[in-house]
Design a protein around this ligand. Structure first.
Ligand SMILES: Cc1cc2nc3c(=O)[nH]c(=O)nc-3n(C[C@H](O)[C@H](O)[C@H](O)COP(=O)(O)OP(=O)(O)OC[C@H]3O[C@@H](n4cnc5c(N)ncnc54)[C@H](O)[C@@H]3O)c2cc1C
Length: 388
């Protein structure tokens, strides 16, 4: 039997594994990280590469290691040039990944790695039995569910059927499959005005396409996903005093600058607009059809025609769609708020030995839960509770 099973080997799962090992809470042989990919952080790397992100949005102190200055020390030691960007020292993506890989290697996380997809969790007395799609079953004293909603793509209603029938013409940027974009015509629409949409518009323009960035609302500019006050007592003291989870959910929605982009990406995008490489159109698409291998988009008063439509519309967070979670909620009678999300203790236990981090811990951690900073806060709390 393992001491810990961590479900999901992305940013959240690897941060928790790092904290547990570095604080001596467990040994790598007593841990199992279950994730569908062959290697840690695979999904993070795919998504960030897809949009050709050069720097993280978050500052240098947000990374996998418990010591916040570990990454700056690592940069110095390895004499990395251009490891950080700007006033907030946002890590260069390649450097951030290199730093993460170094930690993963030092801690020998490959010894804990199990490629697979979890499809059930059951409790038998004091142990948890985690079942994988492959039929394998793994037992552990503690389970941490760190996999959130980063596989649930948000697809506008008008695009759903076309995406299924013409996947190369209407494509979500975080789709598992990628197309040879060189073979697709030069007139491309990117849907969505957040950081992903802006990055995608720049990337596809660099690929030689004429890009139209279709946005529903004016571009929103914010340095971070949520204001730094949410990282500490400034906003969190008040937040923690709220017992009403509906109110917490409302605050989270207000605090997260969903669909926003940081000033440097905005400035870069505007250069492309001035050079005539990207056109920004504010309109709401209502329907779409395929006509002669072209995608025809229709809004209330305009119609547009493109060779390809790229959806940069992010993720949805439908907890009801995660069947194995719904089963454990029912069988263990786990408490959930009106939004279906877990109500957990301060140390992020849903019930004895079952922990959550990331999006699933949002009602406890607050608006930063899904980010790297939230992964650190969650890992700190879990480590603190198991060390005492
Ligand atoms: C393009 C992009 C850029 C971002 N940039 C930043 C940034 O600069 N700073 C920041 O703080 N945040 C950033 N974020 C937000 C957030 O930090 C990332 O989305 C991060 O990857 C979230 O970590 P995660 O572990 O929840 O998800 P992931 O890293 O996607 O990992 C989740 C893993 O769980 C696996 N999984 C899912 N279901 C199961 C299952 N049933 N069984 C086993 N495994 C499962 C998935 O396959 C995946 O491998 C960014 C997000 C995106 C999309």
């Amino acid at each position: 039997m393992k001491e810990w099973i961590i479900i999901g080997g992305g940013i959240q799962g690897c941060t928790l594994a790092t904290y547990l090992l570095e604080h001596g809470c467990t040994k790598v042989e007593d841990m199992q990280i279950i994730d569908p990919y062959r290697e840690p952080l695979a999904q993070w790397k795919t998504y960030t590469k897809r949009i050709a992100m050069s720097n993280l949005r978050s500052p240098a102190v947000h990374h996998l290691a418990p010591n916040p200055y570990h990454i700056t020390q690592f940069a110095k030691k390895n004499q990395w040039n251009n490891a950080f960007y700007g006033y907030y020292k946002k890590p260069n993506l390649e450097f951030f990944n290199h730093h993460s890989e170094d930690i993963i290697e030092q801690l020998q996380l490959h010894l804990a790695w199990k490629q697979g997809r979890v499809e059930d969790i059951e409790r038998h007395n004091d142990q948890w039995i985690v079942s994988l799609e492959s039929g394998d079953k793994i037992k552990a004293k503690n389970v941490a569910i760190t996999a959130g909603f980063t596989e649930q793509l948000l697809v506008p209603e008008w695009a759903g059927e076309l995406k299924q029938n013409y996947p190369h013409l209407v494509w979500h940027i975080f789709e598992k499959e990628e197309w040879d974009h060189a073979e697709i015509g030069g007139n491309v629409a990117v849907i969505g005005g957040g950081i992903t949409g802006a990055h995608a518009a720049i990337k596809w323009s660099n690929l030689g396409k004429q890009v139209t960035l279709l946005i529903k609302n004016p571009l929103k500019i914010h340095e971070f996903d949520s204001d730094p006050g949410w990282l500490g007592p400034k906003n969190m003291t008040k937040y923690r005093k709220i017992d009403d989870y509906k109110q917490r959910r409302t605050l989270i929605k207000q605090a997260r600058h969903k669909g926003s982009l940081p000033p440097n990406i905005y400035q870069k995008l505007m250069k492309y607009v001035q050079q005539g490489k990207v056109t920004i159109v504010e309109d709401t698409i209502q329907s779409a059809i395929i006509k002669q291998q072209q995608v025809q988009l229709q809004s209330e008063s305009n119609s547009f025609q493109f060779n390809q439509v790229i959806l940069a519309t992010g993720f949805t967070s439908n907890i009801q769609e995660i069947n194995w979670l719904q089963r454990i909620i029912k069988s263990e009678q786990l408490t959930c708020a009106h939004c279906g999300f877990p109500i957990v203790t301060r140390d992020l236990q849903w019930t004895k030995g079952l922990y959550v981090t990331g999006a699933l811990a949002e009602l406890e951690i607050g608006p930063t839960a899904r980010n790297i900073s939230g992964a650190r806060t969650a890992a700190e709390r879990i480590v603190k509770s198991v060390s005492t």
